[in-house]
Structure formats: structure tokens, C-alpha cells
Design a protein around this ligand. Sequence first.
Ligand code: HEC
Length: 106
Amino acid sequence: MFRKAFVYILMLTCTWWITADVAPAADGGKLFIRECGTCHQVGGKVKPINPADKAGVVWAKYFKRDRHPVKLSTIATSDELTSILEYLQQHAADSDSPEAAAIPKG
Ligand code: HEC
């Protein structure tokens, strides 16, 4: 009886640990590669883009005003776009850790 309960609690802890491990920022980075990287890649349809291409506030405006040539809402869900924007801002040109090669420029 006690053993069963112990195993159950262990499993719950593991589930929590695994889901907690997927922080929004890391998730946003993966989504960025998956959703934006399909078009934006070396030798792809459009040139690579990276978080460090713009300052944080510029990214926010870019998303808010949907300046993108392809409507952003057709690319990802609004939750996914929120995560992507968070990631872009965390690694923007004016951030503490600018990321200029998430999508390699070749
Ligand atoms: C369906 C293809 C496609 C997808 C997916 C896509 N883009 Fe684009 N993007 C384009 C095209 C086409 C352009 C305009 C051509 C260019 O600037 O190279 C563009 C341009 C841009 C520009 C302007 C680049 C510049 O130098 O001015 C930014 C920034 C951008 N995209 C961000 C994103 C982000 C962020 C995502 C993911 C949420 C994304 N794109 C997903 C096709 C796409």
C-alpha cells in the first residue's frame, strides 16, 4: 500500500518536473525555429531573421501592429505568438543576451 502511494507520488513529481522544465522562454525559442524558421532560413524562401535584429520594444510593435507581410495569425496561434514574442524580447538587440544566430545566416 505504502509502496504504491510512493510510486504514485514519484510519478506525479516527475510529471511536474518535466512540464515545469518547459519554461515559456525555451518554448518560445523552439516555436520561433519551428514556426518562423520554416520560411526564414539560409537558402530558404526568405532571409534568416533573429531576435537581435530588433530592440525589444520594436518587436512588440511589430507584433502588435502585425507589420509582417504574411498575417502573423495565419502562422501561429496567439498563445504561440505570445511565447515567440517573449523569446524575441528576451534576446533582442538591447537585451542582456542578444541572440543573432538562432537561425544561422550561413
Ligand atoms: C510563410 C512564410 C513566412 C513565415 C512562416 C514567417 N515569415 Fe517573416 N517574412 C516572410 C516574408 C515573405 C517576408 C518579406 C521578405 C523579406 O523581408 O525577406 C518576411 C519578413 C519578415 C521580417 C522583416 C525582415 C526585414 O529584414 O525587414 C520579420 C522581422 C519577420 N518576417 C519575422 C517573422 C517572425 C517573427 C515569424 C514567426 C512568427 C515569421 N516571420 C514567419 C515570410 C514568412
